[in-house]
Design a protein around this ligand. Structure first.
Ligand code: ATP
Length: 442
């Protein structure tokens, strides 16, 4: 089903400045990646797209940005100190470490080939810990947050008291999370440092099932709106034996990545588990008083939790296409939704001389106020178009001799490669209209 291989993606990402291996000049750090000029634009735009969908368009959701390091009691209350573990086994021969649930314990070690060399599974906590301040004792232990959600729960009362929100309402947050994953593989799919896009929606107990259905639908619709191919998205329900310690019900939205179907986002019905536990551990009242009915209760929570860096991998895989063109030519094209493409408009003077470069520069300066623009005056025009196709730039503007006569340029569309003669005064109007009405065709 998937046309792109991971090797093709990794290679394009390196070649075109999307993603580099961390600390590459020192041989790299396993499972850590850096986002280059194209990658950071793509990641930021996906983040902004999510933020707009979840806060600006949603009347009842407000934002938050909590600290990565939190009071250690937070992680006792949340259950992470006790439960956030993976069962691990070691090979006694070569000392390699594996997740017990991802390996056949009867088989030979996949690294050194020794049979019967595995230790008994031991629980290994995924949280990174460090010490705050200069004294390294048990009282100074802090964790790097393994999820952004807890920053939202511990601020529930603050937001309630300062934002004039009423139940049902949500709090959204984007930020880094850290997990000491044993197997970091598949490029940026699973890493120890990653970014999450999380939203906790607080509802009245008894109304949680309705809201769970609402958010399930809203979240899959969001990916379709982002132009992701429908046949590569599906739901997967968690069976009762797979549910996390806090969950009453959970569905994953899965995407067909180059390595197969994998989780992209989780929608979880968390009941009053988190607020209830923080109330118990902090001794603070985290109940809600309904202003109309005067009922007092601990709200239930429906959570939508997606990986930002994992979404970047999904968007890259979904966008990648190698296309055969007429005349035996071929091109690699990244069909990003124009709202998240790293560069929105490429500007090319047909030739540098005769004032065409100056004219193109004038248009470039104007469009830079509004869009991410790339100016390129070197090489044959076909080559310049191909370079922009490879980084997924949806619009190309070519300035030629006719521009000097009548203020028109050629506007080229990445997906169809159609070229239209348009007035330079209409460029913003046309581009904005195309971004708003974008539908992916293939
Ligand atoms: P998995 O089963 O893949 O380890 P999870 O079910 O533990 O993930 P959640 O705790 O529900 O994941 O986290 C929510 C989202 O955060 C996931 O759907 C995923 O997109 C992202 N995510 C979780 N762990 C990682 C990671 N190590 N690297 C990148 N993204 C991650």
């Amino acid at each position: 089903m998937s046309e792109v291989t991971m090797e093709q993606l990794v290679s394009l990402c390196k070649r075109r400045g999307f993603v580099y291996q961390s600390s590459e000049i020192y041989g790299g750090l396993s499972g850590a990646w850096d986002y280059g000029p194209m990658g950071v634009e793509l990641k930021n735009r996906i983040r902004d797209y999510w933020w707009k969908e979840m806060t600006q368009i949603q009347e009842h959701i407000v934002g938050l940005d909590a600290a990565i390091m939190m009071h250690p009691k937070v992680w006792e209350a949340s259950g992470h100190v006790e439960n956030f573990t993976d069962p691990l086994v070691d090979c006694r021969q070569c000392k390699s470490r594996f997740r017990a649930d991802q390996i056949d314990l009867e088989a030979a070690c996949p690294v050194c080939g020794t049979k019967g060399s595995f230790t008994e599974p031991r629980d290994f906590n995924l949280m990174f810990s460090t010490h705050l301040g200069s004294v390294k004792d048990s009282g100074s232990v802090v964790y790097l947050r393994p999820e952004t959600a807890q920053g939202i729960f511990v601020n529930f009362k603050n937001v309630l008291q300062t934002s004039r929100v009423k139940i049902p309402f949500g709090i959204a947050q984007v930020g880094k999370a850290f997990r000491n994953e044993v197997t970091t593989k598949s490029f940026i799919f699973r890493t120890c440092e990653f970014e999450q896009l999380e939203m906790q929606f607080f509802v009245k107990p008894g109304e949680d099932e309705r809201w769970f259905e609402y958010w399930k639908q809203a979240r899959i619709d969001y990916y379709r709106k982002l132009g992701i191919r429908s046949d590569r998205l599906k739901f997967k329900e968690h069976g009762s034996d797979e549910l996390a310690h806090y969950a009453k019900a959970a569905f994953d939205i899965e995407y067909h990545f180059p390595m197969g179907w994998q989780e992209l986002e989780g929608i979880h019905s968390r009941t009053d588990f988190d607020l209830g536990r923080h109330q118990e551990y902090s001794g603070k009242d985290l109940t809600y008083l309904d202003p109309e009915t005067r009922e007092r209760y601990v709200p239930y929570v429906v959570e939508t939790s997606a990986g930002l860096t994992r979404t970047v991998l999904m968007v890259l895989s979904d966008a990648y296409e190698e296309e055969q063109l007429e005349g035996g030519d071929s091109r690699t094209v990244m069909r990003f939704h124009p709202a998240v493409a790293p560069i929105t408009v490429g500007i090319f003077p047909l030739v540098k001389k005769d004032g065409l470069a100056d004219l193109a520069k004038t248009i470039e300066r104007r469009l830079r106020e509004k869009y991410q623009v790339f100016y390129d005056q070197s090489g044959a025009i076909g080559r310049r178009y191909r370079r922009m196709d490879e980084v997924g730039t949806p619009f190309g503007i070519t300035v030629d001799y006719q521009t000097k006569e009548d203020d028109t340029v050629t506007l080229r569309f990445r997906d169809s490669m159609e070229q239209r003669r348009v007035s330079i005064h209409q460029l913003e109007e046309i581009i904005d209209g195309e971004i708003r009405s974008y539908r992916r065709e293939s």
